[in-house]
Design a binder for this molecule. Structure first.
Ligand SMILES: [Zn+2]
Length: 72
């Protein structure tokens, strides 16, 4: 599961009450052929290398491989 976090905010798991820790930061990769802003709702995982890629792209920006089409 991925959550978008605001700096300085505290996040707690709704079900377990567990404190959520920031485990990673997403940094915009430039340049990207995508027009989409680098936001969680615009990203998906590459089927090959498991890196985050903007949803409107067909080819992964990390490994360059053609990703499977998104289910509609
Ligand atoms: Zn990839």
């Amino acid at each position: 599961m991925i959550l978008e976090a605001e700096p300085g905010e505290e996040y707690v798991d709704r079900e377990t009450g567990e404190h959520l820790e920031v485990v990673g930061k997403l940094l915009p990769l430039a340049p990207s052929p995508s027009d989409l802003p680098w936001a969680v709702e615009n990203l998906r995982f590459c089927t090959w290398c498991d890196q985050l890629v903007q949803k409107d792209l067909n080819d992964c920006t990390h490994c360059g491989r053609r990703m499977e089409p998104l289910p509609r």
